[in-house]
Design a protein around this ligand. Structure first.
Ligand SMILES: N[C@@H](CCC(=O)N[C@@H](CS)C(=O)NCC(=O)O)C(=O)O
Length: 231
């Protein structure tokens, strides 16, 4: 059985992506969680991660004699390993867009990621987070709306059924939720579909039990809701 190496469920957005994909597709795996210590990615933490992955980051997947790191490479590895599972959508144009938006996520949206770190333990009020974040938000809304319009007929996800592109955007959905980012009804329905998956519910429940505080992922704002005991 493969082993997925991850970090804190409350904060590690990259870890959530392949974890959710594997859960939603019913792929069995063992999980090794290496909690962040302060600061994120310090030498002690990296030494533990490098025992599994040469990249020194999470997530990483160890499968027998293979190691794969980078979230998008893990998804492609799983698609190769399980060719009968629709990890990527089946139709050619849908698949083209799914891969493109997954790559766009993997490479981009730095302003949003920096200003709004994933934090499942709290909710913050809507506020102006600057023009760069607004640009990222507008592009994400455009991506979700286009995918839903063109390919979303068969279900509530970007391409109808849940696929790797949804896994890539799941942490962004949580950021929209945590930071009360503006979501029109199409985006809201999509967000609810992601947040309502069994996999995400399981991940969130575990996140809310975590005792670790990660200062770098806490914004300097008063929350309007606190869900995690350790906060
Ligand atoms: N591009 C990588 C990003 C992985 C990443 O940055 N992971 C974070 C945790 S969410 C990490 O390992 N941070 C520690 C560090 O940067 O040293 C991927 O897609 O997997």
């Amino acid at each position: 059985m493969p082993t997925l190496i991850i970090a804190n469920k409350c904060h590690s957005s990259w870890s959530l992506r392949p974890w959710l994909l594997m859960r939603e597709f019913g792929i069995s795996f063992d999980e090794v969680l290496i909690p962040f210590s302060d600061p994120i990615g310090n030498a002690e933490w990296k030494e533990k991660v490098r025992k599994y992955s040469p990249g020194g980051k999470v997530p990483a997947l160890v499968d027998r004699d293979a190691v794969v790191w980078e979230s998008i490479a893990i998804m492609d590895y799983l698609a190769d390993l399980y060719p009968d599972l629709p990890v990527w959508p089946k139709g050619r144009p849908a698949r083209a867009m799914a891969r493109s938006i997954a790559a766009e996520m993997h490479a981009g949206f730095a302003a949003l990621r920096k200003a709004c770190p994933m934090n499942l333990g709290k909710k913050f009020a809507a506020r102006d987070r600057g023009p760069e974040v607004a640009k990222d938000v507008a592009r994400i809304v455009e991506i979700w709306t286009t995918a839903r319009e063109r390919f979303g007929q068969g279900g509530p996800f970007l391409f109808g059924a849940f696929c790797a592109a949804d896994a890539m955007y799941a942490p962004v959905v949580t950021r929209f939720e945590t930071y009360s980012l503006p979501a029109d009804p199409v985006c809201r329905r999509y967000m609810d579909a992601i947040l309502g998956t069994e996999g995400f519910q399981e991940w969130r429940a575990a996140a809310l039990e975590e005792p670790w505080i990660v200062p770098e992922d806490e914004v300097d704002e008063e929350p309007i809701e606190v869900y995690r005991k350790a906060a």
